[in-house]
Design a protein around this ligand. Structure first.
Ligand code: CTP
Length: 144
């Protein structure tokens, strides 16, 4: 493929307890281009965000890299790194779920900014809550 034909999409997140909502976000993000780069929040950046992941950065990275929609994973360790990442990777599109709608509009100076609708009914937080309960549940099937 000629370099000019490449369209790079970039997204960010913690992706703890990798679930269907993550897969759907990554699938639709990848469909917006020809290469998807994922900025994966490090454990220390999660601490800054007030989040604790059940799965370590190394293992979350391993699982993301195993996803067919992901072409590369790099560490997200700072709120301010996005413009430099967009330039470094030559990103054409910045994608986040719409729980972040409006929060990254200033990145439109660097590339197209796109908020995708979240998959309803599933989140890392919800899975953590469910795992506190006796194991009488099964994750409901969710239509994409
Ligand atoms: N995402 C999504 N649909 C979901 C859950 C997450 O589209 N049901 C998207 C988010 O909007 C974000 C990306 O997946 O763009 C990574 O989200 P992350 O915060 O890691 O996942 P959550 O499950 O939302 O985690 P938490 O419950 O800790 O907030």
């Amino acid at each position: 493929m000629a370099a000019s034909a490449q369209r790079t999409v970039i997204t960010y997140g913690t992706f703890d307890l990798f679930h269907k909502g993550h897969v759907e976000l990554l699938r639709r993000a990848r469909a917006l281009g020809t290469r998807l780069m994922v900025g994966l929040s490090t454990d220390s950046f999660n601490a800054i965000k007030g989040k604790t992941s059940a799965i370590s950065y190394e293992d979350r990275k391993l699982m993301l890299e195993a996803c067919r929609y992901v072409d590369g994973v790099f560490p997200e360790s700072d709120w301010a790194q996005k413009p430099a990442d967009i330039v470094r990777f030559g990103a054409d599109v910045f994608v986040m779920g719409d729980d972040w709608a409006g929060r990254f509009d200033d990145l439109a100076r660097y590339c197209h900014v796109c908020y995708l609708s979240r998959t309803p009914g599933v989140s890392s937080t919800e899975i953590k809550h469910l795992l506190q309960q006796p194991l009488t549940f099964r994750m409901p099937a969710i239509q994409p």
